[in-house]
Design a protein around this ligand. Structure first.
Ligand SMILES: [Zn+2]
Length: 111
């Protein structure tokens, strides 16, 4: 799964979505902003334990569909104090894959 996400991210290099940033904070007060692209394409993440949740998309025909949600976490050593910083990515693996697959950046890449 991790490899899929890395290669999808690389294919989506020019996708605006991947230019979003999120912040990693350390207990000592240090913080840094990382772009989604750097985070994902660099493989600087770990997959957490998938959790099954009830789908928020309740349809007429499906009453209790469960979907899997796999959190992505990043751990990095703080350059100031050397402690391990752990951040949880704002989107789940499943969300990311569907976003990246639904927005091909450039049709020529698939020729
Ligand atoms: Zn620190």
């Amino acid at each position: 799964m991790k490899e899929i996400l890395i290669s999808l991210s690389k294919k989506n290099k020019n996708n605006k979505f991947l230019k979003n940033k999120f912040e990693i904070k350390c207990k000592c007060g240090y913080s840094e902003n990382v772009t989604y692209y750097d985070f994902l394409a660099g493989g600087r993440f770990d997959l957490g334990q998938p959790a099954a949740i009830i789908s928020p998309f309740i349809s007429e025909y499906v009453y209790d569909e469960t979907i899997n949600v796999t959190p992505l976490t990043l751990s990095k050593e703080c350059p100031v104090c050397g402690e391990k910083m752990i951040a949880v990515f704002p989107l789940s693996l499943e969300n990311l894959i569907s976003i990246l697959q639904s927005q091909p950046p450039d049709p020529q890449m698939y020729v």
